[in-house]
Design a protein around this ligand. Structure first.
Ligand SMILES: C[S@@+](CC[C@H](N)C(=O)[O-])C[C@H]1O[C@@H](n2cnc3c(N)ncnc32)[C@H](O)[C@@H]1O
Length: 213
């Protein structure tokens, strides 16, 4: 993990987020994707589990991943899960992930920039490979003008490189924010790409409405 973000930092950060609102990007992808019943989502960097809880409430099975100490108890407390069969919690560093389940939705909220630039292509390929046909993807990438960009252990992307990562997906929305703001650690400049995309469904050889007879 980046030197600035220790286990103790993340445990304290996530404790402080437990009562927070669902991130708008996650709310939007849940609304677009519709009823999650019978489908699985990954919450990549689930933190306190606020978005995991929103996904569970929308009917999804959720595979929640985070490395922070205390993640399991924190997520169970936040989600007050009534059906444990719909929630799996993987306490793992992103860099140690070898495989991910095949899913219909991936939410990676403010987490991907914590992947080391050298590991990013492999981790991104794992996430892309987890998307079933028709699956939804909602991610934040941090851009090159972010005030954390000098950190060589974190990943920051130009708009062109962010768009290149999405090649082959249907882009639903791609929004750039480049503004002063606040973080848990204090004031900072946020340069963020908020993305919603979908893996296309396979093209059928017989177009809908085409008479086969
Ligand atoms: C800024 S928080 C985002 C939490 C939540 N996804 C959200 O949208 O608010 C980043 C999360 O990523 C986790 N994280 C950071 N680096 C990580 C790593 N290398 N492996 C696994 N989890 C990591 C932290 O513990 C934290 O919960």
């Amino acid at each position: 993990m980046p030197t600035a973000h220790t286990d103790a930092h993340w445990a304290a950060y996530n404790d402080a987020q437990a009562g927070g609102e669902v991130r708008p990007l996650c709310g939007e992808v849940i609304a677009r994707a519709g009823d999650g019943a019978g489908h699985t989502a990954i919450d990549f960097g689930c933190g306190a589990g606020v978005e995991t809880r929103a996904l569970l409430r929308a009917g999804w099975h959720v595979h929640a991943i985070d490395a922070a100490p205390g993640t399991r108890q924190r997520v169970l407390t936040t989600t007050e899960v009534s059906d444990p069969a719909r929630l799996t919690i993987e306490v793992s560093d992103f860099h140690d992930l070898a495989e991910l389940p095949a899913v219909d939705l991936v939410y990676a909220g403010y987490s991907l920039h914590f992947v080391h630039p050298l590991a990013f292509p492999r981790v991104w390929a794992l996430l892309r490979a987890s998307l079933l046909p028709g699956a939804w993807l909602a991610v934040n990438f941090l851009g090159e003008r972010d005030s954390w960009a000098p950190d060589p252990e974190m990943t920051f992307l130009s708009e062109a490189s962010a768009r290149a990562l999405l090649e082959g997906l249907d882009l639903v929305s791609f929004t750039e924010r480049d503004e002063e703001g606040a973080a848990y650690s204090g004031p900072k400049h946020w340069h963020v790409f908020d993305v919603i995309a979908r893996r296309p469904l396979p093209k059928t050889s017989i177009p809908v409405g085409h008479d086969r007879s």
